[in-house]
Design a protein around this ligand. Sequence first.
Ligand SMILES: [Ca+2]
Ligand SMILES: [Ca+2]
Ligand SMILES: [Ca+2]
Length: 259
Amino acid sequence: MKSVFYTISILLLFSITGCSMESTPESTPVPAVTSLPTQAQTIENLALNEPLSLSITLDDPVTLNGISLDGGGDVDTIPVEIEGVVARQSGSGLAIKSADGNTVPDSYLQFNLDDVVIFMGSPVGRVRLEVDYLDEGTDSFSLQYDAKPTGGSDGAFAGGGAVVKTGSGDIKTASFTLCDAHFANRVNGGDFRISDDNNGAEIIREVRVFGVESNIVTVHVDDFGANPLDNLPDSEANHPGGAGFNLQRGYSCFYIRCQ
Ligand SMILES: [Ca+2]
Ligand SMILES: [Ca+2]
Ligand SMILES: [Ca+2]
């Protein structure tokens, strides 16, 4: 069974690294609703040692645990209350009234990790980034982060994946697994940001960042832009020993660059 697991893991990584940056979530069309979302996962998680655990709860005021929320420019947000739960809402291209009086249209929630805790890929460059969001509407949001520079790119504003919402009205958790996190404040002074893709605001309740010591072992396909509402193969990605891995390029392109 282990060999099957590793084989599928390798196939998965080839699929991931085969994606091109041109297939950005911003250009993803919104297809007609033809099927219900699934909860399929590709690979079970292995036991991991997680040396880093940071979070920010977007209460009013926010609760900080090594992650801060930026404001100003295009990253202003407003607190909202959904059934008694406070969260923060993005602008979806409209200028939110800001503390500094700027009138720049807002489209992002931008976050900064404490440099003392994690900076320039140290102590860990592999992280799992979890986002608790309100699954309202069927528009999308995407992650951009400060990735480790490579020969062809400085890594700033790297695409970390996208989520297409399903309109359930529930608070859901999106999980982004990054294996080349640099986090040197190069996302306009922050380390990562959530773009609402200018196609509908996002309401975010909490963000968590965990260090991951071992290789990437869990992938939630729909967390990376696989549209759970279309009829194209994406959530058919299977558990090891299952029918195999099936990604719809363009709808489920990951931007993980594991070595
Ligand atoms: Ca603004
Ligand atoms: Ca930082
Ligand atoms: Ca959106």
